[in-house]
Design a protein around this ligand. Structure first.
Ligand code: GLA
Length: 738
């Protein structure tokens, strides 16, 4: 390219206008306007800016749709006095604050010093830029506590990653009682609605909305793990925004331990969103010279509604978060034995299932719980990761060899952080669990939680898994975690260090995953926790897929999956086809319906194939083949939630569009038709208006007058009429660019 003198002069003019400029090569840019002391990050459709005010505090200035490169943000200043009672610190839109100086809202960090002092005021010190990351150092006005904030904006989505590292540069230990990754401020307005996810076992991902009003909403887990009672995700929309229109701010935490996201509206109607470690029972003892890094908190802005907010999250996960990002492999079609055999696994039984699974095109055979120790029920065996000799007299090799001979790879269920009291491990090491001296040890599913923060427990767990993976040709681990913490004591360390367990446990969990992946790079891992109890951006960085819910009822799943995709990509959303009537609701659903529900995510089969009839195998064979042809679009395309299954809706529909818009897949479901109403016309979204798309149905039928080839504009505006009547009907239509 020829760079003319005029272009050079123009570029210099822009740089001079902005001040010190640091443009990163990767599509995002970071600028520091020296004169106004304003930091500005730009990428995709977003600008994020904050400045240093006259007292040295960092103030949020702007977070929203991208501004023009020539726009200069005015300097941050101390806001005018509102009353004579509260200090101005309660009105300042502080990016990250210490608890001190009379602050009444969520602080970034709260510290107790050994002399009893608990006041902390953080002022700007310096900044640096390394690669795509901006580092801003803050220091207490008197003590040697330095907090380094990180800001990194994703070039593709404009999503900002923030985290904080707290360094104790004093001569004594300190206790950190709260540590958030970030506080985000929304534009000043009363016009907001919060959306968040809640759930329970077999009922994950309920979508909730409530107006943002004075006061605070806390989303959290105090369970030591991510939990499914709230997911570590939020979205705040303008009141007039909906699925397809309007502004939405959203974000998610990358942490698999106790976490908190607080959405506050303060007394001058500013909305503050803070997130990080859950401060409940938190108390991290930090030695002199040591530092504590918070989890990362990712957040973004969408201008085209909640649908776009989800698509931006999905894109971030696919291109930045997942271990194989930016180009994750497609998920193989898997078979899992759990619903078919429960704990009654053995060599001939599993081989019989594997043969049947292979005949329908399954690519990965996974043996679930029951293969190890004295594991004949959930009452015994956890912790003893040795193959059960009665069930597998020749070890796992004959089964694995047979699975390979059938053209599939082999996966295995493990639950490494847990122990049954009835196990050899617990009999040998009763002190390896989380417990408090002299107190009852509360069991959940007859099991206790191993204290992974201990070096010896970490080594035991790593070695057991490493041995398993080294001695057997295993391609996949389903890593389960079937209870939350209770009595989270760590009696082996000093009383004032016991609460470090909240951080050290998770760090060791991540460390084991990292080391295993490094040593066994071909092994893929699923994060499971009694269903969807451990899904967050932290674990997603180290695992390849997640178990969505133990509830495999294909109709219930439509709602669960709709909630799931608010935050998480369908690429990792494991969905099995299981038996009908379902164990959950005794509901009878056709095999085709069950397939179509599961084909909206990453397809698996979990049915008892011994009970299938020849026509079931034929249906499955056909739909597995169809799925393989569309799965890249479903897993890695853009998801449009066309018709919501929420609030007792009689219909639902989703559409996935490949990134190049050459392919799209429509899934549509009818709960129950009433009073002779036809199925509403479905209008596609996200297609190339000018391109021609040819359609074919995978399942169900459309109006016979429908053109088989029409423009993207036609499918988006004229739409398609599906012929569905009755109860629990399903259809799927593929759109391929000509
Ligand atoms: C959990 C999982 C199930 C299954 C069982 C095995 O409940 O969510 O999928 O693996 O454990 O005990």
């Amino acid at each position: 390219m020829r760079v003319t003198r005029a272009v050079v002069v123009m570029l210099i003019a822009i740089i001079v206008a902005i001040g010190d400029a640091h443009a990163a090569a990767s599509g995002q840019s970071i600028h520091f306007d020296q004169a106004n002391k304003v930091f500005r990050l730009d990428a995709a459709k977003v600008t994020y800016a904050f400045g240093v005010d006259d007292k040295g505090r960092l103030q949020s200035l702007y977070w929203g749709p991208r501004l023009d490169a020539s726009d200069r943000l005015p300097p941050a200043v101390t806001p005018p006095k509102a009353d004579g009672i509260d200090g101005d610190i309660n009105r300042v839109r502080q990016e990250y604050s210490g608890w001190g100086g009379g602050l009444y809202y969520e602080p970034g960090v709260k510290i107790t010093f050994p002399d009893g002092n608990r006041d902390l005021e953080l002022h700007y010190q310096s900044y640096s830029i390394k690669g795509d990351t901006l580092y801003v150092a803050l220091k207490d006005i008197e003590r040697a506590i330095v907090v380094t904030l990180e800001y990194e904006m994703d070039a593709g989505t404009g999503i900002v990653r923030r985290s904080a590292t707290i360094s104790n540069q004093t001569a004594t230990p300190v206790v950190i009682e709260q540590a958030n990754a970030a506080t985000w401020f929304l534009p000043r307005s009363r016009d907001y609605t919060l959306r968040f996810l809640s759930g329970r076992w077999a009922g994950e991902n309920d979508i909730n909305e409530r107006p943002v009003q004075p006061g605070k909403t806390v989303l959290e887990s105090r369970r030591g793990t991510t939990g499914m009672q709230n997911e570590p995700w939020f979205a705040v929309r303008r009141n007039d925004a909906d699925e397809t229109h309007g502004q939405v701010w959203f974000g998610a935490l990358a942490w698999s331990g106790s976490w908190q996201i607080a959405i506050e509206q303060d007394q001058v109607e500013q909305v503050r969103i803070s997130g990080g470690f859950n401060p409940f029972d938190f108390g991290y003892k930090l030695a002199p010279g040591a530092s504590l890094s918070t989890p990362s908190f990712y957040a973004g802005v969408a201008t085209d509604g909640l649908g776009e907010a989800s698509r931006l999250m999905h894109r971030l996960e696919l291109t930045k978060i997942l271990p194989q990002a930016p180009a994750p492999r497609v998920r193989p079609v898997l078979y899992n034995s759990w619903e078919a055999t429960g704990f009654k696994v053995d060599e001939p039984g599993q081989i019989a299932l594997a043969e049947k699974a292979a005949s329908i095109g399954v690519e990965r055979f996974v043996m679930d719980d029951g293969w190890f120790g004295a594991r004949n029920s959930d009452k015994a065996g956890l912790g003893d990761w040795v193959v059960n000799q009665q069930k597998f007299p020749h070890g796992l090799k004959p089964l694995i060899d047979r699975v390979h001979a059938l053209g599939m790879d082999f996966g295995l269920w493990v639950e490494p952080e847990m122990v049954n009291p009835d196990s050899d491990l617990y009999r040998a090491h009763p002190d390896w669990v989380l417990y408090m001296n002299g107190r009852p040890r509360t069991e959940g599913r007859n099991q206790l939680v191993l204290n992974l923060a201990r070096a010896d427990v970490r080594a035991y767990v790593y070695n057991a898994l490493d041995k398993l993976l080294s001695e057997n040709d295993i391609a996949f681990l389903k890593w389960d975690y079937n209870r939350s913490w209770s009595e989270p004591g760590w009696p082996a360390v000093a009383p004032d260090e016991q609460k470090n367990v909240y951080v050290d446990f998770i760090r060791n969990y991540y460390g084991i995953l990292q080391e295993l992946r490094k040593k066994h790079p071909n092994v893929e891992i699923e994060s499971c926790s009694s269903g969807g109890g451990r899904i967050d951006l932290g674990v997603m960085h180290l695992t390849d897929e997640v178990w969505t819910s133990d509830n495999t009822d294909a109709f219930d799943r439509l709602r669960i999956q709709d909630g799931f995709t608010q935050a998480w990509t369908p690429a990792v959303m494991m969905a099995w086809v299981t038996d009908s009537p379902t164990w959950v609701n005794s509901r009878t659903l056709s095999l085709e319906y069950r397939f179509l529900s599961s084909m909206q995510g990453s397809l698996g089969i979990g049915a008892d194939l011994n009970k299938w009839q020849p026509q079931d195998f034929a249906t499955a064979r056909r739909l597995v083949a169809e799925y393989k042809a569309i799965r890249k679009t479903v897993q890695q395309g853009s998801l449009y939630r066309l018709v919501s299954p929420q609030n007792g809706s009689e219909q639902s529909a989703t559409e996935s569009v490949s990134p190049d818009r050459a392919h799209a897949v429509l899934f549509a479901f009818l709960h129950s038709s009433t009073e002779n109403y036809p199925y509403p016309t479905v209008h596609l979204q996200g297609l190339d208006a000018n391109a021609k798309y040819r359609i074919h149905a995978i399942a169900g039928t459309f109006d016979p007058r429908t053109p088989l080839v029409a423009s993207g504009a036609y499918w988006m505006h004229a739409g398609i009429d599906l012929l569905m009547r009755g109860d629990f009907q399903a259809a799927a239509v593929v759109f391929d660019k000509e």
